[in-house]
Design a protein around this ligand. Structure first.
Ligand code: C2O
Ligand code: CU
Ligand code: CU
Length: 491
């Protein structure tokens, strides 16, 4: 039986269900195309309530067994009634908290009008049978029993789940289908408080519906007018001076890059995705491409700070008809962090993390190149460009890469287009060893690796522990739905 943790709800005085908590009066803030100008105000939205976290389910005795039900749901977002899609009634869906070695069993009930399925992003689990199998379709009204066996040495960190049915992914995620998975640390990291921040963006029309994306939006990757934290608009967070908070941040946006800053506060990054630095890094900012997560410590200094997404240039569709442009280039206020009151003692030192494996010292069995391009014509219509990998669009009946199980490969990722593409590979994490011809000195392991416009990145991957067939794709989910995905088989 799942154990519903009330801890976060008690700390925050909420009811433990995200997104239904923002209501009543608030102040209208400017959040939109040009932060700071009145033209960006989204009519009728409210902001500035205490951060509320999703309901949490925690494993007990090695098992977490839950039902996840997708359904159209009327939720309150930023003070407005919105027709969204939800897991179990919340946006985001419930948080699943497990440990290495656990079994996670999920009955997915699909209450949508469209088919769907479930993906556990970043988990190192089998891609076959009823585990993280990308070739399962759960028709409208049907259900499916997933079972994920986490190996005993599964890396700790923040992961997430979302639908993954080709052609429906961007729309279903943009409409509210995402939730976090936390794999706990074998040795706890001392902190006064833990928070989960699931960041997403959404667009609402005047009747509270989420409009369909235009062909141009799909080409560039749709970005929403509102950027939400746990389904809320600029929530408030409070702490006392000296307190160390642990923030687990998920970029659940379809296409928006998040270059995050929290000026005036001390930020210590434990790692991105499942990667864990041996010694935590002091940082001023961090970049999360769509799909990336951060495991971050924030040490409070008296004052009020704004968690901001500052401009990041992910390129544009220059030269394409209409010149679609991205909006990660705007600055957005995401949350207000107020540190006040009596100071507390510094928490104990952060334990050193185990040394990470370095594939640069290992033998490479095979090399391959993946070329990410925006090709003229193709499926997206006249004047539009079609996202491709090695000049091909996704084909469910074709295996694009056959790799030797238990071998290390080196992949050269070449982006010939004027837009960034964040590559995501299921099951096996990637070590980034070179960017634009320059060797990377640090040990960097991620499951989403950004390939900036007109540049190259080199990664190494150990195809071990699990064999079988899965996918790699651009995590701008509009690009994935429009064909920037391939099938890989390890055996
Ligand atoms: Cu987050 Cu293949 O996905
Ligand atoms: Cu994934
Ligand atoms: Cu892309």
């Amino acid at each position: 039986m799942p154990d519903i943790s009330r801890r976060n709800a008690l700390i925050l005085g909420g009811v433990g269900v995200a997104s239904v908590a923002v209501g009543g009066t608030g102040f209208v803030i400017t959040q939109g195309r040009s932060s700071g100008s009145t033209s960006g105000t989204v009519a009728g939205t409210v902001a500035g309530k205490s951060l509320v976290e999703p309901t949490e389910f925690r494993s007990a005795d090695g098992l977490l067994s839950i039902d996840l039900e997708t359904a159209p749901q009327r939720v309150t977002i930023a003070g407005r009634d919105v027709n969204a899609l939800s897991y179990n009634g919340g946006v985001p869906g419930p948080t699943l908290r497990v440990r290495a070695g656990d079994t996670l069993s999920v009955k997915l009930k699909n209450g949508l009008a469209d088919p769907s399925n479930l993906h556990v992003h970043g988990l190192h689990v089998s891609p076959e049978d009823n585990s993280d199998n990308m070739f399962v379709t759960v028709e409208a009204g049907d259900s499916f029993d997933y079972q994920y066996e986490l190996p005993p040495d599964h890396p700790p960190g923040v992961y997430w789940y979302h639908p993954h049915l080709h052609g429906f992914v961007a729309e279903q995620v943009f409409s509210g289908l995402y939730g976090a998975i936390i794999v706990e640390d074998p040795e706890p990291i001392p902190a006064d408080r833990e928070r989960l921040l699931v960041i997403s963006d959404i667009t609402l029309n005047s009747s509270g519906n989420i409009p369909a994306a235009s062909a141009m939006d799909e080409m560039t990757g749709r970005e929403g007018d509102l950027v939400l934290v746990n389904g809320q608009l600029t929530p408030d967070l409070t702490a006392r001076p000296g307190e160390r908070e642990r923030w687990r941040i998920v970029n659940a946006s379809v296409s928006r890059y998040l270059r995050l800053r929290l000026d005036g506060q001390q930020l210590t990054l434990l790692g991105i995705d499942s990667g864990r630095y041996e010694s935590p890094q002091e940082v001023d900012e961090l970049l999360l491409a769509p799909g990336n997560r951060a495991d971050l410590l924030v040490t409070g200094s008296a004052g009020t700070a704004t968690l901001r997404a500052v401009p990041y240039d992910r390129g544009s569709a220059d030269g394409m008809m209409g010149g679609g442009s991205s909006r990660s280039g705007e600055e957005v206020a995401l949350a207000t962090f107020t540190v006040a009151g009596e100071g507390v003692d510094t928490p104990p030192a952060i334990p050193r993390q185990p040394a990470q494996r370095d594939l640069r010292t290992e033998t490479v069995y095979a090399r391959r190149e993946l070329v990410f391009a925006m090709d003229m014509g193709g499926g997206m219509g006249a004047g539009m460009m079609t996202p491709t990998i090695n000049d091909r669009q996704f084909d469910a009946s074709r295996i694009d890469a056959t790799v030797q199980f238990d071998s290390v490969e080196e992949w050269l990722l070449t982006n010939t287009s004027t837009l960034d593409h964040p590559l995501h590979l299921h099951v096996w994490p990637m070590q980034i060893i070179e960017q634009d011809g320059q060797p990377v000195d640090a040990l960097l392991w991620q499951d989403v690796v950004n390939i900036p416009a007109r540049s190259t990145t080199r990664v190494r991957i150990a195809f071990e522990d699990f064999s079988g067939k899965t996918v790699y794709h651009c995590h701008i989910l509009d690009h994935e739905d429009n064909g920037m995905m391939g099938i890989i088989s390890a055996n």
